[in-house]
Design a protein around this ligand. Structure first.
Ligand code: SF4
Length: 377
C-alpha cells in the first residue's frame, strides 16, 4: 500500500469521477474504475423506498478480513472510486473502525475518490474523526418536514417509533448536514422523483441549498425491494418535474441528474430539447452516465458476492474468494444484459440507459439499434 500517494482533482460539474462517460469516450471501452462495498446490513431506519430494504437485518454476520478485501482492490489498476454503502454504514462503531477507516486510508494512499452513503441521523461525534477523508458524503433528502420523514423513514419498521423520536432524527440530520457542509465536507443530497416527491421537488431543492450541500442529485424512484409496489411517475410527469426544477433551481447548487430516463435517440422533440438544455444551456447541471452496469461492481463484505449493482435482479456474477474483480468485470461485459444495454452515441454524450430505467420505461426499445438524433456542440 505504501507504493501509492496520489493527488486528486477537485470534484466539479466538469469532473465527476463516478461518471461512466470518461473511460468509455477516452478508451473506447468500459473499464472497472469503481467498486461499491456493502459494509453492513444494519440500519436504524426502514425507509419505504429503500432499494435494499429486504436485505436489512438486526445483526450483521462476520465480515471478510479487511486485508483480503484491500488486496482484491489492489489488483484493480484502473480503480478510481470506492463507494461505501449499507444499510447505514455508520451505525456500528465496529464497522467504522474495522472496515470504513481502513478503506478510507487505503483510498487516500492511492488517490482514489471515496463516497459514503449515510442517513446522517447519528450524533455528529460519530462522523468527526474520519469524515475529512471522504470525498462525497451522500445523503437522501425526500421530505418537506418531520411528518414526511416519520412516515417515509419508519414506514416499514416493525417496532413502534414515536413521532418525537423521528422528529429529533430528522432535525439532527439537517443540523449535521449544515455543520459538516460549513466545515467544508462535500455533502451531496439525493432526492428521488415519485408521484409524492415531484410536486415538492423545488421546496426540497431549496432546503438542500439552505443546508449548504454542494450538490443535489435527482433520480427516479427505483422499483426495487421495498419500493417494488410503489407507484412511479409517467415519463411525461418526470419530464415536467425536471423542467420545473430547472426553471426554479438555485444557480449555485450543482444538480446531478442520475439515471435520467430520457435519451437523445428519442422520437419526442421535448426529450431532445431537454437533453440539449442539460448538456449545453445550463451551467451547474449534469446528467451522469450511470456507473451501475458500466464501470462499477458491488461487493458484499460478508459473503464476498459480487453483483453489478446492489439492487436489481441480475444474479451474482462471482465471489472475491475465488475471483479477482477484474475477472468478474470481464464476465459482466460478456453478459447478454450488458450487451443489450451498452449502446453508445459519442456525438450526443450518451452511453445508454440504466437497466432498471430501461426495463421500467422502455421495455420495447432495442437500444443497440437506435442512434442519437442530435449532436452536442
Ligand atoms: S442509442 Fe443508446 S447511446 Fe445512443 S442515444 Fe440512444 S440511449 Fe443514448
Amino acid at each position: 500500500m505504501e507504493k501509492y500517494e496520489m493527488e486528486k482533482c477537485r470534484i466539479t460539474p466538469d469532473w465527476d469521477p463516478w461518471d461512466a462517460w470518461y473511460t468509455r469516450s477516452e478508451k473506447g471501452k468500459y473499464e472497472l474504475t469503481s467498486v461499491e462495498l456493502t459494509v453492513t446490513n444494519l440500519c436504524n431506519l426502514r425507509c419505504e423506498h429503500c432499494a435494499v430494504g429486504e436485505q436489512l437485518v438486526e445483526k450483521d454476520g462476520i465480515p471478510i478480513p479487511i486485508d483480503f478485501i484491500l488486496n482484491r482492490l489492489d489488483e484493480i489498476e484502473t480503480l478510481q472510486t470506492i463507494s461505501i454503502t449499507g444499510g447505514e454504514p455508520i451505525l456500528s462503531p465496529k464497522v467504522v473502525k474495522e472496515t470504513i477507516i481502513p478503506l478510507l486510508k487505503y483510498a487516500k494512499s492511492r488517490g482514489i475518490y471515496t463516497q459514503i452513503n449515510s442517513n446522517l441521523t447519528l450524533p455528529l461525534s460519530r462522523y468527526e474523526d474520519w469524515i475529512e477523508d471522504v470525498d462525497v458524503l451522500h445523503i437522501s433528502y425526500n421530505y418537506r418536514h418531520a411528518e414526511d420523514f416519520y412516515r417515509m423513514a419508519f414506514g416499514n419498521f416493525r417496532k413502534e417509533v414515536s413521532f418525537e423520536v423521528a422528529k429529533s432524527l430528522f432535525e439532527r440530520m439537517k443540523e449535521n448536514a449544515r455543520t459538516l457542509s460549513k466545515a467544508g465536507i462535500f455533502v451531496s443530497a439525493e432526492s428521488f422523483l415519485s408521484p409524492f416527491t415531484a410536486p415538492y421537488i423545488v421546496d426540497m431543492h431549496q432546503t438542500i441549498q439552505e443546508m449548504g450541500c454542494k450538490r443535489h442529485e435527482v433520480h427516479p424512484l427505483y422499483p426495487s425491494d421495498f419500493a417494488k409496489g410503489m407507484s412511479l411517475l409517467t415519463l411525461q410527469e418526470y419530464r415536467e418535474a425536471i423542467i420545473h426544477l430547472l426553471d426554479h433551481r438555485h444557480p449555485d447548487l450543482w444538480i446531478l441528474l442520475g439515471t435520467l430516463p430520457f435519451f437523445p435517440c428519442s422520437n419526442q422533440d421535448e426529450d431532445l430539447t431537454l437533453w440539449k438544455r442539460i448538456f449545453v444551456d445550463e451551467s451547474n447541471v449534469t446528467a451522469r452516465q450511470d456507473p451501475d452496469g458500466r464501470n462499477r461492481l458491488n461487493v458484499n463484505v460478508f459473503t464476498g458476492d459480487v453483483v453489478v449493482t446492489d439492487f436489481g435482479d441480475i444474479p451474482v456474477l462471482g465471489n472475491i474468494y475465488k475471483d479477482s474483480l477484474t475477472e468478474v468485470f470481464e464476465r459482466w461485459l460478456a453478459h447478454p444484459v450488458a450487451h443489450k444495454y451498452h449502446c453508445y452515441c459519442q456525438q450526443a454524450r450518451c452511453t445508454g440507459p440504466n437497466i432498471l430505467v430501461a426495463q421500467t420505461y422502455y421495455p420495447d426499445w432495442v437500444f443497440k439499434e437506435r442512434k442519437a438524433l442530435i449532436t452536442l456542440d
